[in-house]
Design a protein around this ligand. Sequence first.
Ligand code: SF4
Length: 481
Amino acid sequence: MVRATTTDIEKTVQDVTKNVFIRPPEVQKRYLNTPKPHWISSEGKIICHQPYKKYLRTDIADILARFGVNDPYLEERELIAQVFPFKINEHTLSLIDWNNFLTDPVAQLIFPQPGMLAESEIDQLRQLKHAKVSREIFAKAISEIRQTKNPAPANQSANRPTIEEGEDVEVVDGIQHKYSKTMLMFHKNAQTCHAYCTYCFRFNQFVGKDPFLEDDAQRMLKYVKQHPEITDILMTGGDPATMATEKWKECLLPLLEPEYNHIKTIRMGTKALTYYPYRFLTAADADELIDLFKLMTQKGKHISIMAHFSHYNEMGTICLEATKRLRQAGCVIRTQAPLMKHINNAGEVWAEMWQQQVSNGLIPYYMFVARDTGPQKYFEVTLAEALTIYQTARKELSGLGHTARGPSMSCSPGKVCVIGRETISNEDVFVLKFLQGRNADWTDRVFFAKYCNQATWIDQLKPAFGDQKFFFEDELKQIIS
Ligand code: SF4
C-alpha cells in the first residue's frame, strides 16, 4: 500500500478547497440547485433521488386514506397535532408497516397518539373545535396546554453563556455551555427537522416559541475564541442537517484558523440518516457538505455524527448508503436514542439495533431515559424497567456492542446514569453515576438512591442510607442561581 505523504494530503486539501469553495457564482448557483438524479450504491444498485416532500397536520387524513388505514383515532390525532407539531415526509412514510399502523414503531415515532394528551385536554380541544371558536381562542388553549408540558426541561436557560468585552456583557442566546468541554450551537437555520418525533422535547422551537437561537456564526466564533477550554462544538437544532451547506461553511471553515486549534471535534446531532438520508447522497448540496467534512477531517478536526436511531426498522438501504458515504469522508457515526414505551421498550430491539449498527461500522453511544417534558406520560418507562432493558440488550451482544452508556437522564445536575440495583447494608438501592456534571468535578461520581419501582426521573428518587439530600443539591442551587 502506498501511504499518502503530508504534501499529498495538503495538495488534496487545496484541491478540495479550490473545487468546493472557489467556484464562480453562476456555477455555484447551478451546483447548489441541482440534485443528483440517482446514487449508485456500493453493490451497484441504483437509488433514485427522492425530492424532499413534507406533509403536515392537515394531511394526516389523506395519508391514512392513501395507505388504506381506517383509523379510529383520526380526530384525536389531528387535535394532538395542534399541540405537538406533526411533520412527515415521503421517505419516512416508506419505513412504516401500514398493515400494522396502530403498533408500528415508526408510526408511533411520528404520528400523534391518543394517549399523548389527557382525556380532559382532548375533550377541551374537541369542544372548542366543535363550537367553532376563533383562531385566537383555540391558539390560547393550545398554548396553555403546551405550558403544562414543561417545554424547557433541565433548566436549559441556565446554560446560556455570556460574552464579555470590557464592561459589556452580552448573553448569547443560541449557545448552551453546560459542560466545560462542549458547547452547543442552536443555529437559526437549523430549527426544523425532516420529520418530527412525537416525543420531541423541542416542540416549542418548532412552533417559533423559543427565542434562544443564533442567526449567524460570528458570536459563536467569538465565544469559542474566548474559551480555550472548549474542545467540542455540538451543532444541534432541530436538525442541523436541514441547514444549507453554505451555512455550515460559515460555521466550520473559520475553525481551521490557528486561534481555534483548541477545537478538536465538531459534532452534528441529526436524525437525517433516518428521516431523509438523501441529504447526504443526492440532495442539491450533498456533495458540497461531504467535501466540507472531508476537508475538516483532513485538516485534523474530528467530525462526529451523533445519529439518532430509535428502532432498527429505520436502518434501510438508503440510510446505510448515507452512513457509508459519511464514513468514507472521515466522519465517525455514534448513535443514540431515548428509550420509549411503544417504540423500543424491549431489550431485544436495542440488541438488534446495536448489533446492526456495529456490523455497519457505527458506534452505539447513548440510551437516554424519556425526559420529563412533552408527552412523557405516554412514553415513559420506569428507571427499574429501563435498567432491565439495557442489561438484557447488553447480554445479547459481544463487547463491541457494549459501548452505549445508559440508561441516562439528561437532567439539571448533568447526565446521570442508572448503573445498577444493589442491596447495601440491608437497603435496596439504585446505584447512580454522573457521566457528566454541571460541575466537572461531579463527573464519574457514584451515589445512591432508595430503590423505587415507580420512579421515572431523578426528581422522584430519594437519597439512600437516611441522607436528607444528594451530595450535589446545594451546589447545584448555587450554580443555577
Ligand atoms: S429529530 Fe430530534 S429535534 Fe427533530 S423532532 Fe426528533 S427529537 Fe426533535
